[in-house]
Design a protein around this ligand. Structure first.
Ligand SMILES: [Fe+2]
Ligand SMILES: [Fe+2]
Length: 179
């Protein structure tokens, strides 16, 4: 016969008395962040499809690299949601609802410059959300925190790469005196 203690262990998996966060709340936030990664993936892929000029082709490579990393982030978040006893959201309507709540929509501007700017903007939004959640979690959920820090580092790198692209384009413009 299974006693109550064994049942509790079976239900709670890795969550012990030393897990100090609210697992439901953490799962909800991880799911919301995962929606932003899916939006970012879609946006980078779209930009890669549309970057067809000579300069654009070089940039498209970077868009694709980032898109693949966004999927990795979405996977990391989904696995953690599952480990914390939840279900990663997969209904497009629910994902869209999450994004609306955060005022995020994938964008596709008319020029390469616009697209890089949109990518920088989305990365910066994510940097802010990740940073805030890391501070909130503190030492209450160490493994989630470590994962979020890893994603945050990559997200800041993405932002800084998009920033560098914008800089190099404006330098060229400055030297030529025109676009
Ligand atoms: Fe990402
Ligand atoms: Fe990114």
């Amino acid at each position: 016969m299974v006693n109550t203690a064994t049942k509790k262990i079976e239900q709670e998996g890795p969550i012990t008395d030393q897990y100090l966060a609210d697992p439901a709340q953490v799962r909800e936030k991880l799911n919301a962040l995962r929606s932003t990664e899916i939006a970012s993936y879609l946006q980078y892929k779209q930009h890669a499809y549309m970057a067809v000029s000579m300069v654009g082709l070089a940039v498209a490579g970077e868009f694709i690299e980032h898109a693949n990393e966004e999927l990795q982030h979405a996977d990391m978040l989904a696995k953690r949601v599952q480990a914390l006893g939840g279900v990663p959201i997969f209904d497009p309507d629910e994902i869209a609802k999450c994004l609306r709540g955060m005022k995020i929509t994938p964008e596709q501007g008319p020029t390469l410059h616009d697209m890089v700017q949109e990518d920088l903007e989305l990365e910066r939004t994510q940097v802010a959300i990740y940073s805030k959640l890391i501070r909130e979690i503190g030492d209450k959920d160490i493994v989630t925190r470590r994962m979020l820090e890893e994603i945050l580092e990559m997200t800041e790198n993405h932002a800084s790469e998009m920033h560098d692209l914008l800089q190099s384009r404006s330098e060229t413009r400055g030297a030529d005196g025109h676009r």
